[in-house]
Structures are given as C-alpha cells and as structure tokens.
Design a protein. Structure first.
Length: 147
C-alpha cells in the first residue's frame, strides 16, 4: 500500500447533482486509503472549462503530488459539448506533462444525465472512486521508475 501524500481535488459545480456525488466518492475512497484531511485540499470551480487553469496553478505550487479533476460535461443541443470536452481533456493533459504531475481525469463526458447518474454509483460504477484508484495505481507506477 502506498503511503498517503498531498492531493488536490478540483471539482466543477456545473451539474452539481452529479459532481457532488463524484466528489463524495473520491473523498470517501481517499479516507478508506488512510488519507487524512491534512493530505487533501479541495477546490471548487464554476464549470469544467475552469479546471485546467486551477490545476496549473496548483501544480505550480509544488505542494501536491497528484491532482484529481472531477466534473460532468453532458451533451446538449449544440456543439458546445465537443469544445468543452476537448478543452478540459487537453488542458488537464498539458498540465500533467508540463509540470510532471499526475492529473487524473475524472470528468464525465456523457450523452445525457441518465448516463452521468450511472457513472456515479449505478451500473457503470463510480467514477469518483475510480479516479482515486487510478491515481494510486499511477503513483505506484511512477514511484517504481528509477532515475
């Protein structure tokens, strides 16, 4: 088991009925893994598009060993969905690569609200919990890479 380390969780408020459940699942999973409140800092942003900028600022502080990004982008009647998904995913990846820090992408990108609900405790699992598990696996892998 990996020793707890400083983690930042960024959660979008847009589609809050979904994102609060994502956040709760992630926070509970971290507690199960013996991360105390001292290890976890929470940051809430208006929407998913704002996640990469906050991730970048957090990475620049050098306080965190990993960042978890949580949000929900749900298809609407316009192409706005495609632009938002692309901006958020590419922004998070850029922060991870530019700052050499894991940025776990726990942003749901679904066709409708029902699919989003299925991904926060329904038949499709719980993506908040899975984001934490992905972080642990990635940190373990990175820690095993010798310089």
């Amino acid at each position: 088991m990996i020793k707890p380390f400083p983690v930042a969780i960024i959660t979008s408020r847009f589609h809050e009925e979904i994102t609060e459940v994502l956040y709760s699942g992630a926070a509970e999973r971290l507690q199960e893994l013996e991360f105390s409140k001292d290890h976890i800092d929470d940051f809430w942003v208006p929407g998913a598009v704002e996640i990469p900028l906050v991730a970048q600022r957090l990475a620049q502080t050098n306080r965190y060993q990993a960042i978890i990004a949580l949000g929900a982008v749900i298809q609407g009647d316009t192409r706005h969905y495609d632009y938002v998904c692309q901006q958020v995913s590419q922004g998070c990846q850029r922060v991870a690569l530019d700052h050499n820090i894991p940025v776990i992408f726990g942003v749901l990108t679904t066709d409708n609200i029902m699919q989003a609900r299925e991904r926060v405790g329904g038949n499709a699992g719980h993506k908040g919990i899975e984001a934490v598990d992905a972080m642990i696996e990635l940190m373990t892998t990175l820690n095993n890479i010798k310089d």
